[in-house]
Design a protein around this ligand. Structure first.
Ligand SMILES: [Mg+2]
Length: 213
């Protein structure tokens, strides 16, 4: 697969599951949090999961879902402290750094756009030095809407104008990719295996990047 660099001015990249291995996040929310929440409340891990998953489903795709402060309050846990405990699991996807260097060479406008909270972004920068590859890094909390919403894209445009048709966007979330396509982003790609330890959970109707190489 060839990316049409000739017709791309702006590069917009998701972080988790696209540049970084989604395994960290999946492990944290599916294993680590249920374990410590169970321990704190005297429940079994499976009981904690049964209580937790409906809460996840309820908030999916909203800013709350991506907000560490919301989950700290909701669960009575210091989410950032617990993320820091397992931060050694934060890792790039294969060849992501080489791809980021390529983006820097091809474009003067390379932006990270993430639904992750700024506190989580800072933790990930600390462990990956991801910031060295970007002209700008935007968290959806600071744009008032998650990437799933058209208002996110309008607010991104208002912060720093870009031509959607001449923009490249990579993300591993189908609903986010659909929102980007709806906004008119011209070059949209999905990720074949966001989590190195698990098969992709849903198919994608977008072209998928298998290996950055
Ligand atoms: Mg992602």
């Amino acid at each position: 697969m060839q990316i049409d660099w000739q017709n791309i001015d702006t590069v917009l990249l998701d972080m988790d599951g696209t540049l970084l291995d989604l395994h960290f996040d999946n492990y944290f929310w599916r294993e680590h949090v249920p374990g410590i929440w169970a321990q704190q409340n005297g429940w079994s891990v499976s009981e904690a999961k049964d209580r937790l998953y409906p809460k996840f489903i309820e908030t999916m795709g909203t800013l709350e879902w991506y907000c560490v402060d919301y989950w700290s309050e909701e669960l009575g846990l210091d989410i950032m402290q617990h993320k820091t405990e397992v931060a050694h699991k934060i890792a790039y996807r294969p060849r992501a750094q080489a791809f980021l260097e390529k983006c820097q060479n091809e474009s003067n406008d390379v932006r990270l756009i993430t639904n992750a909270h700024r506190k989580v972004l800072n933790l990930k920068i600390k462990h990956t030095q991801l910031d060295q590859y970007f002209d700008q890094m935007y968290c959806s909390h600071e744009l008032d809407y998650p990437k799933e919403q058209q208002q996110f894209w309008e607010n991104l445009q208002a912060l720093q104008a870009f031509d959607p048709a001449r923009s490249l966007f990579l993300d591993d979330s189908e609903s986010v990719l659909e929102a980007a396509e709806c906004y008119g982003i011209g070059h949209v790609y999905s990720i074949a295996q966001p989590d190195s330890q698990n098969k992709r959970s849903e198919p994608s109707r977008f072209r998928m990047i298998n290996e950055f190489a």
